[in-house]
Design a binder for this molecule. Structure first.
Ligand SMILES: Cc1cc2nc3c(=O)[nH]c(=O)nc-3n(C[C@H](O)[C@H](O)[C@H](O)COP(=O)(O)OP(=O)(O)OC[C@H]3O[C@@H](n4cnc5c(N)ncnc54)[C@H](O)[C@@H]3O)c2cc1C
Ligand SMILES: *[C@@H]1O[C@H](CO)[C@@H](O)[C@H](O)[C@H]1NC(C)=O
Ligand SMILES: *[C@@H]1O[C@H](CO)[C@@H](O)[C@H](O)[C@H]1NC(C)=O
Ligand SMILES: *[C@@H]1O[C@H](CO)[C@@H](O)[C@H](O)[C@H]1NC(C)=O
Ligand SMILES: *[C@@H]1O[C@H](CO)[C@@H](O)[C@H](O)[C@H]1NC(C)=O
Ligand SMILES: *[C@@H]1O[C@H](CO)[C@@H](O)[C@H](O)[C@H]1NC(C)=O
Ligand SMILES: *[C@@H]1O[C@H](CO)[C@@H](O)[C@H](O)[C@H]1NC(C)=O
Ligand SMILES: *[C@@H]1O[C@H](CO)[C@@H](O)[C@H](O)[C@H]1NC(C)=O
Length: 543
């Protein structure tokens, strides 16, 4: 009774305020605005004229604020009037800008979000539920290719398109095994794994990292030696944003022949599509590692019957050799596909980089790889790993999903594993999906601006599709690729401390047995959990 009375006597505005300002600086009695002002003063205090930070700070009142925020924002699902905007965007052009932002954010109780290419599926490089600052690495994107030693230093704000272009400038027989879409940033991509057409030959982008520069929670610039074995392990697949801000990576480049061969073979259900997809599952992960055959599934209009829909299986391939050898290899290993010489195109590695992204026109100049202006779609993605071939009847059930209303742009991608991926131990890096996996599945559905109010309908469709696939994919845990971020798996609490149980909902799918070591490293290097976000590795120092 007495207690109840006291509670109801608390003035409502005060209760409201105490909820809103439950951050350390509130204790100082500062208003939001004063706190913001004091944060900016802190940034400026750290600099003399050299490397002045004042030229890279965008506050909300700056007329360029929105365009800077939108420039590297790839999922417009997180660009609505209701999305919380950062107090400040710091487009760091010098390491000291990153150090100052970390130092001042800590003392002012602000969270940071770290953005390189901005391709995060759930917008985690630019979205937060509490007041925050974005460190945007777009100005730190120099690339230094050492063709003689077959290495490169790449600043974190560079895109993989820029990296591919710079390698090709120096050599036609060196390459780098990473993703297909050229606007993906190396900051997020490498730190979460990063796979593409060279994966079966050379593994992931993260597998090539031999050194890194990173600013830690204390504002210290570290390299491989000074950060120590644990942290250097964690940032190569565990998502660097839980540990610090990566400034640059040093990677090994890989050799490729000067002439490679690509092909795309499309087959619909009427052209034995189901049988071919079924066969592909046991062939593509076992075939010679110089050959990569990925498989896209989409609904298309039937060419045979007006008004009828069918499924198209699109076999998209890269072979590290000449067309003649490829035909022989396919004749021997996958004759059912019926590959013929006319399907094959010989080209250099950099031309193959231009060939695979569907949005690069055939006659585009190589410089298009330097273009960072991508369009922001509205989409929801998910992923799975498959360890046993999916039966034909289950594939037929999957085709039915493509005929639902929300599937105009549904695309499912099967990416084969095996080859070198089988040779790299599960614990070598945090990326645990190695031997035993036949292929990865990527599901993505997009919708248009006009349908934005119907987002939930599309998201629900994806959840139904994901439920349908459950019996046919990896189990205990059902695995997922952290670079195909999915908040449906679970999120951390907004507060500073997350329980192991809560975090394991997404941590085990992404990292399986490596999750415990990631928590151990996190607890060592960031005990106060400063680098936290919706799916950051939790620090258990409060245990
Ligand atoms: C169109 C498209 C195509 C894709 N294709 C592929 C593909 O072929 N293969 C593949 O493996 N993946 C692919 N992805 C997924 C991609 O690898 C991830 O989205 C990746 O995390 C993107 O990195 P980013 O720097 O562009 O993203 P961001 O959104 O900038 O960052 C992603 C995450 O990494 C963190 N981060 C970014 N930079 C740093 C840094 N410097 N230091 C510390 N943390 C950092 C962010 O805080 C965030 O948590 C694709 C994504 C899209 C949207
Ligand atoms: C916006 O911020 C940039 C970078 O700090 C600065 O150069 C520019 O003068 C600012 N513009 C306005 C209108 O304040
Ligand atoms: C940030 O703090 C670190 C460690 O306390 C210090 O070495 C560094 O000089 C500071 N940097 C800036 C720019 O504030
Ligand atoms: C290759 O590495 C060696 C040893 O580190 C170095 O001396 C040499 O300068 C490097 N080559 C180039 C082209 O930088
Ligand atoms: C395969 O189909 C896709 C559309 O799904 C089309 O863009 C591509 O040109 C086709 N390729 C060939 C070689 O037919
Ligand atoms: C489908 O497969 C059968 C048996 O392998 C084959 O005879 C037929 O030509 C194939 N059809 C097409 C359109 O490829
Ligand atoms: C498929 O057919 C529908 C009508 O039957 C049409 O509206 C649509 O544009 C067609 N799509 C393509 C890609 O041709
Ligand atoms: C870069 O790409 C965008 C989007 O695809 C396009 O609108 C723009 O014209 C391109 N710019 C250059 C210089 O090619």
């Amino acid at each position: 009774m007495q207690k109840h009375k006291m509670k109801s006597n608390l003035p409502i505005p005060l209760l409201f305020l105490s909820l809103l300002f439950s951050f350390s600086w509130a204790a100082l009695g500062l208003t939001h605005q004063q706190q913001h002002h004091s944060f900016l003063q802190c940034l400026n205090r750290h600099f003399g004229n050299a490397n002045s930070i004042s030229t890279v700070i965008y506050t909300q009142t700056n007329s360029s604020f929105s365009s800077v925020l939108e420039f590297s924002l790839r999922n417009a699902r997180f660009s609505t009037p209701n999305t919380l905007k950062p107090l400040v965007i710091v487009t760091a052009s010098h390491v000291s800008h990153i150090q100052a932002t970390i130092n001042c954010s800590r003392t002012h109780g602000l969270q940071i979000r770290i953005r390189s290419g901005g391709h995060d599926y759930e917008g985690l490089s630019y979205v937060s539920q509490v007041p925050f600052v974005i460190i945007d690495l777009i100005n730190l994107r120099s690339i230094d290719v050492d063709a003689e030693n077959k290495t490169a230093w790449i600043q974190a704000g560079a895109t993989i398109g820029e990296l591919y272009y710079r390698i090709a400038e120096k050599s036609s027989t060196l390459a780098f095994p990473a993703g297909v879409c050229p606007t993906v940033g190396v900051g997020g991509h490498f730190s979460g794994g990063g796979y593409g057409m060279l994966m079966r030959k050379y593994g992931l982008a993260a597998d090539q990292i031999i050194d890194a520069q990173l600013v830690d929670v204390n504002g210290k610039l570290l390299d491989k030696n000074s950060m120590g074995e644990d942290m250097f392990w964690a940032i190569r697949g565990g998502g660097a944003a839980s540990f610090g801000v990566v400034v640059a990576w040093k990677v090994k480049l890989v050799p490729v022949p000067s002439t490679l061969t690509v092909f795309t073979v499309n087959r619909t259900l009427e052209e034995n599509g189901t049988m071919l997809v079924h066969k592909w599952q046991s062939i593509a992960p076992k075939i010679h590692e110089d050959l990569y055959i990925r498989l896209f599934l989409r609904a298309v209009n039937s060419s045979q019957q007006e008004g009828k829909r069918t499924i198209q299986a699109s076999f998209v391939s890269l072979y590290l050799g000449r067309a003649d050898e490829l035909i022989d290899l396919m004749q021997e290993s996958f004759p059912e596909l019926g590959l013929v010489k006319e399907d094959c195109i010989e080209m250099s590695w950099i031309q193959s980089i231009m060939y695979f992204p569907s949005d690069i026109p055939e006659d585009a100049p190589l410089e298009i790889l330097l273009n960072r202006t991508g369009s922001a779609g509205i989409f929801k993605g998910k992923s799975d790993y498959v360890t046993q071939t999916i039966p034909e009847t289950a594939l037929e059930g999957l085709w039915q999903r493509f005929y639902e209303d929300e599937t105009e742009s549904l695309e499912i991608l099967f990416s084969p594993y095996g080859g070198n991926m089988d040779d790299i131990p599960e614990t070598e890096t945090p990326y645990s999906h190695r031997a035993g996996n036949l292929f990865n599945i990527h599901y993505v559905v997009g919708w248009s601006e006009e349908d934005a109010s119907e987002s939930q309908r599309y998201i629900n469709f994806m959840r139904r599709l994901y439920r349908y696939m459950e019996p046919y994919v990896s189990k205990s845990p059902r695995r997922a690729y952290m670079n195909y971020r999915d908040l449906d798996l679970g999120t951390n609490n907004i507060g500073p401390y997350t329980s192991y149980k809560q975090a394991s909902k997404w941590g085990l799918p992404y990292f399986d047995k490596n999750f415990n070591r990631l928590i151990h490293v996190k607890t060592l290097v960031d005990p106060t959990n400063f680098f936290r976000y919706q799916q950051s590795i939790p620090s258990l120092s409060r245990g």
